[in-house]
Design a protein around this ligand. Structure first.
Ligand SMILES: C[S@@+](CC[C@H](N)C(=O)[O-])C[C@H]1O[C@@H](n2cnc3c(N)ncnc32)[C@H](O)[C@@H]1O
Length: 282
């Protein structure tokens, strides 16, 4: 059997009882560590699970699935994925390859950023399409995520923005060994995402386009959701460009039309009185 086991969002103890049983009994256990991270490294997971884990990089999962799935017809093989195995990260390609090899599979679900984002006070029912904000390079500065945010906003829907992770192989290994020396840029911060959004707004303004986002639009930055160090700040887009949300992972939420209860919750996370005043007028 091939198991995809979700690890949740916080630390080693967020695995489900069912997931832990599978980890303990599986012949090989891989840890997918390139799409997301926990606040603890591989060693802490190994100590908690009481067994060794094999690091699975993007190449192994996407190009060398034969190696990963080897003997899964007869033995139990598990792939651990931070969050939910099918939340935001699509591991469906791996499932398709298992099915094509006549390997049975099971998904053990867990909390995902896709549902835990409810912690910011906005109703999950009212979210539109999730977008990814990628690191800009000198010659590659895509802004299609802005258009999607505008489509959601026009429909009154909130947007969850997942922020880019650029990981070198060595970086991943260091991280998984629990070394918390995060070089920049590796995990996009809320401030970096807001900076890129401000640049897009400025460009659109110069081109005379209608704007769906402004410097003073209240947005919500979240960091390390689901961990003991979870941090949530509601502030204007401009303010968020200089707010330090601390260690990764970060996400950004752009509210659409807010219900009074949602606004009440946002007020609890307001950076200062000026943000509370804007929320009061929504
Ligand atoms: C590609 S998604 C992987 C999602 C994961 N499989 C899940 O179900 O949560 C990774 C992105 O989600 C966001 N993210 C994941 N976990 C997070 C957390 N605990 N706090 C804040 N953002 C998080 C970050 O923007 C990160 O770059």
């Amino acid at each position: 059997m091939f198991y995809l086991v979700g690890l949740g969002l916080g630390d080693a103890s967020d695995i489900t009882v069912k997931g832990l049983d599978i980890v303990k009994k599986s012949k090989r256990v891989y840890l997918e560590a390139y799409t997301s991270i926990l606040t603890v490294g591989k060693e802490a997971l190994e100590t908690f699970y009481g067994r060794k884990l094999i690091l699975a990089d993007r190449d192994m999962v996407e190009q060398c699935s034969d190696e990963l799935l080897a003997d899964a017809e007869i033995d139990d093989i598990a792939l651990l994925v931070v969050g939910d195995p099918l939340g935001a990260t699509t591991h469906t390609d791996l499932i398709i390859r298992a099915v094509e090899k006549n390997i049975k599979y099971k998904v053990i679900h867990n909390a995902s950023i896709m549902n835990a984002i409810g912690c910011c006070g906005l109703q999950l029912y009212n979210f539109g399409e999730t977008v990814s904000i990628v690191f800009w390079e000198e010659t590659w500065q895509p802004d299609s995520f802005y258009d999607k945010i505008c489509i959601n906003k026009k429909l009154g829907m909130h947007t969850l923005c997942l922020l880019d992770i650029k990981m070198k192989e060595q970086t991943m290994e260091n991280l998984m060994k629990g070394r918390k020396t995060y070089e920049n840029p590796r995990f996009m911060t809320v401030a970096q995402a807001c900076q890129q959004l401000m640049e897009i707004i400025q460009k659109k303004q110069e081109q005379g386009e209608d704007l769906c986002l402004r410097d003073e639009t209240v947005c919500i930055g979240v960091a390390r959701v689901g961990s003991d160090e979870q941090h949530i700040i509601a502030a204007t887009l401009k303010q968020l460009t200089s707010v330090d949300m601390g260690a990764p992972l970060h996400s950004l939420v752009i509210p659409g039309k807010t219900h009074p209860i949602e606004t009440d919750m946002l007020r609890h996370f307001a950076l200062d009185d000026s943000v509370k005043a804007i929320l009061q007028r929504l």
